[in-house]
Design a protein around this ligand. Structure first.
Ligand SMILES: *[C@@H]1O[C@H](CO)[C@@H](O)[C@H](O)[C@H]1NC(C)=O
Ligand SMILES: *[C@@H]1O[C@H](CO)[C@@H](O)[C@H](O)[C@H]1NC(C)=O
Ligand SMILES: *[C@@H]1O[C@H](CO)[C@@H](O)[C@H](O)[C@H]1NC(C)=O
Length: 790
């Protein structure tokens, strides 16, 4: 059932007279607060009464003060906090019918028949049992004389919706669970720290990360850090792995590596299902190789800290969708969980997903490991295959005689180096010669190329900026010299990793093909820019890091005002004309407004916003935050907005300006960008190799069709290569961005969460995704380009 865009104003009516409650259960996960906030505010927005249930199911069973009516302000300033402010507890009582009877009584007394549960698969299963027993529980309450028959009849049905909060990312059906990305942030911070200390000593680190049944965190951190060895429960090592691992470590020492990292998931096992412990691995390395080896067990650190931007935006999106799902639920619709598919919220049949998740465990118990990896989903399998591909140098069978040149173009963006690394390594493994070009198209014109080896890119994934050097120069004025370089180095393919200039540059090269045969070679653009404005893709490398950097900046700015002063901050973000950065940062920090170029505003909007903020400040809110994209308006400059707010706020609040500037290019890349860069590098090289073989005739490569000069993009869930020339029609060259941008549908959410009167005409509710179909797709693997971001 595909739902079309609908006017949510209508939903607003259906929310009136309803009561809904939200609770968090099981292990806490970063991002749960953002979910609670979104459910609460969306609930209030649609006119429903929203209750917060404290201490998870225990609070539901105990009732009393644990179930509190929420106001708009109840969830102010919680989005940046880790854990869950409404508490979570393990609850024995709720597993008994008696406990659930008490819970039903507490809910029905308050007229609550809509429940949103944020927790792991156990918690969600509990919710489903509660739902199916609901009417019999009410009958029992009537029998015992605790509630009236009328009351029971009025509340005959309980609607349940689940949000999956789990740092392990172990729930089938959704691309990401709430908290997993933040956990990866914590792990990568620790790995980065270890890498710096280890430079001074030769050391081996055995790093144990969480995941008793699911190796996702271990796998992605290994991929993002280029770890030497990885042990996960889904894919136990072959017999004799101890020898392999030791020779791998020795090999990397010989080639000059001073640090070895072994990542092990808590639940790692061998082929017989016997646990492999971190101490066992450490002793092995010490005894066999005599290396100085340390074990680091990360433990609860992974649940700590502030939620990542990804988790905050994800939770807000899912929380809002949960409310709509509750409003639309009927006694016949099965309980659903809200999940993420590509960049959209989708509704999943809760119990089918739980069943699927259990199948993975069964497969592992029965030692059908290949199946376990497959059942985890296409993205897990893809990560696993790429890890294996890049982890260690393989002997090259034979040279291919093809040379690939890799360059960075535009402003530096986090993740560029990860993409260079994986592209170079895979190309080398395929027998190509790989040249790194310094300083973009300028360097290509000047012949600043050097040959790369497997080890030239060691440790590149974790480095920010561009190690190759990058420039904004476009090829147009240097075409002759570029062609000379291509001839001189006999280059048969170009990989351009960069932003809008990268796209525009390759388009120029493509258009010059009619003049120069030498340009008839495969060319690929990997989009990499903090602005996320490259046509042909939903996401660019570096955008996630930038949003995180801007978000951390705003968190600190907001915190600086904690105390007595009432203050509004006007914060200017980068992004050129593209409002992605401002919009996502706005959602992640709970901004009061985010002005962007694409969403035109006039003096009336400014007036409404100022008055709205002034009203808020008169009450108990102490801080306001308004984001402004650098090019959002020619005349309503940052200074103008600052002065406007200052004047209007006189006597109520003061106003300060912050220009975030280059900190948005971010230091170390986020785990998402490391992982995404690594995958895109691999996909690009695979594609280039295919085009090379396809277009090799009479001793040379002649690739002259449009589909040999492409942007490698991620569109929803599918990796696609779109010809640069086709993208011309959908590109606004003046403002350097795609004409249509998917994230625009995040704008109504931003406004709703900031409590503006907004029309939801543009909001498209989540589709209903069928898990079984998803699984079948994964099983068949009909398209190698079917992938996901995670
Ligand atoms: C590469 O070129 C050499 C000589 O130029 C030739 O002998 C060899 O077969 C070529 N290899 C491939 C894979 O085409
Ligand atoms: C800004 O002001 C100038 C006049 O100074 C005017 O020509 C221009 O149209 C204004 N820009 C916008 C976007 O309104
Ligand atoms: C130049 O590259 C082509 C492939 O495009 C290859 O067949 C040829 O052997 C190379 N020539 C030299 C001299 O390496």
């Amino acid at each position: 059932v595909k739902m079309s865009s609908m006017d949510l104003e209508k939903l607003k009516m259906t929310g009136a007279g309803r009561a809904m409650a939200v609770l968090t259960s099981g292990g806490d996960a970063q991002g749960m607060n953002a979910a609670v906030r979104a459910v609460t505010r969306m609930g209030i927005y649609v006119g429903a009464k929203v209750y917060l249930i404290y201490e998870g199911y225990q609070g539901l069973v105990d009732g009393g003060d644990n179930i509190k009516l929420a106001h708009w302000q109840s969830v102010t300033n919680i989005i940046q906090q880790g854990g869950t402010v409404i508490g979570s507890a393990r609850c024995k009582a709720f597993t008994t019918r008696e406990g659930r009877l008490a819970a039903a009584f507490n809910l029905v007394k308050k007229g609550i028949t809509n429940l949103c549960v944020c927790g792991g698969d156990g918690s969600l299963t509990g919710a489903n049992i509660f739902r199916s027993e609901w009417s019999s529980l009410l009958d029992e309450l009537v029998q015992k004389g605790r509630i009236t028959d009328t009351l029971a009849r009025q509340h005959g049905h309980l609607n349940i919706v689940g949000l999956v909060g789990s740092i392990d990312n172990d729930f089938c059906g959704t691309d990401m669970t709430i908290g997993a990305d933040s956990a990866l942030h914590r792990i990568m911070e620790i790995i980065d720290a270890i890498m710096t200390t280890a430079q001074s000593h030769q050391r081996t680190f055995v790093l144990e990360v969480m995941g008793r049944h699911c190796g996702y965190l271990a796998l992605v951190s290994a991929l993002a850090s280029g770890a030497d060895w990885l042990l996960i429960p889904e894919a136990p090592p072959q017999e004799g792995w101890e020898d392999c691992m030791c020779s791998r470590l020795e090999g990397s020492r010989i080639t000059g590596s001073r640090l070895n990292i072994i990542i092990i998931a808590e639940g790692a096992i061998d082929r017989n299902g016997k646990p492999i412990t971190s101490t066992y691995v450490k002793d092995l390395v010490v005894q066999r190789l005599g290396y100085d080896t340390r074990v680091t067990v990360l433990g609860h650190v992974q649940r700590g800290g502030t939620p990542s931007a990804f988790d905050r935006v994800l939770s807000s999106k899912l929380g809002m969708e949960a409310v709509i799902a509750l409003l639309e639920a009927t006694p016949d619709t099965p309980a659903c969980a809200i999940g993420l598919s590509g960049n959209r919220a989708v509704r999943l049949p809760l119990m089918e997903c739980v069943e699927m998740t259990k199948l993975v465990q069964t497969a592992m118990n029965e030692k059908r490991f290949d199946e376990a990896v497959k059942l985890r989903g296409g993205s897990f399998e893809n990560n696993w295959n790429i890890y294996k591909l890049l982890a260690f140098e393989k002997p090259i069978q034979s040279g291919s005689n093809f040379s690939l040149a890799i360059l960075n173009v535009g402003a530096p963006a986090a993740g560029m180096n990860a993409a260079v690394r994986s592209a170079a390594r895979l190309a080398l493994a395929q027998g190509h010669k790989v040249y790194a070009v310094q300083d973009g198209f300028q360097g290509l014109a000047n012949g600043e190329l050097f040959e790369m080896e497997w080890h030239s890119v060691a440790g590149w994934t974790g480095q920010g900026g561009s190690l190759l050097g990058t420039k904004r120069t476009l090829p147009n004025k240097h075409m002759e010299k570029i062609v000379e370089t291509i001839i001189k180095f006999n280059i048969s393919a170009l990989l351009v990793i960069g932003g809008f200039e990268g796209y525009a540059g390759v388009l120029q090269l493509f258009e010059a093909r009619s003049h120069y045969d030498e340009l008839c070679i495969p060319m690929c653009v990997i989009p990499a820019t903090i602005s996320n404005n490259v046509p042909g893709t939903d996401f660019s490398l570096g955008a996630d890091t930038a949003v995180n950097a801007a978000m951390e900046g705003c968190d600190k700015i907001k915190q600086s005002a904690s105390g007595t002063k009432r203050r509004v901050f006007v914060v200017e973000t980068m992004g050129g004309f593209c409002g992605y950065l401002a919009t996502c940062t706005g959602i992640a920090v709970g901004a009061d407004a985010a002005y962007i170029f694409e969403d035109p505003f006039n003096i009336h909007d400014l007036k409404t916003n100022v008055e709205h903020l002034t009203e808020k400040m008169k009450k108990d809110v102490q801080r306001g935050l308004v984001l402004r994209n650098e090019n959002c308006h020619e005349n309503y400059t940052t200074d103008f907005i600052h002065r406007l707010y200052s004047s209007e706020g006189k006597g109520i609040f003061d106003c300060r300006v912050n220009v975030l500037g280059h900190l948005q290019q971010g230091g170390a890349p986020s785990p998402f960008d490391r992982n995404f860069g690594t995958k895109l590098g691999v996909k690009a090289t695979q594609w280039i190799s295919e085009r090379l073989t396809e277009n090799f005739r009479q001793g040379r490569v002649i690739a002259n069709s449009p589909d040999t000069a492409c942007v490698l993009g991620l569109n929803r869930k599918v990796i696609s290569f779109i010809p640069v020339t086709e993208l011309k029609d959908v590109t606004d060259f003046e403002h350097r961005m795609p004409k249509v941008q998917w994230w625009f549908n995040l704008r109504p959410m931003l406004k709703m969460l900031a409590k503006y009167q907004t029309s939801f005409c543009e909001y498209v509710p989540g589709e209903i995704e069928h898990v079984t179909r998803q699984i079948n797709r994964t099983k068949k693997q009909n398209s190698t380009w079917q992938t996901s971001l995670f």
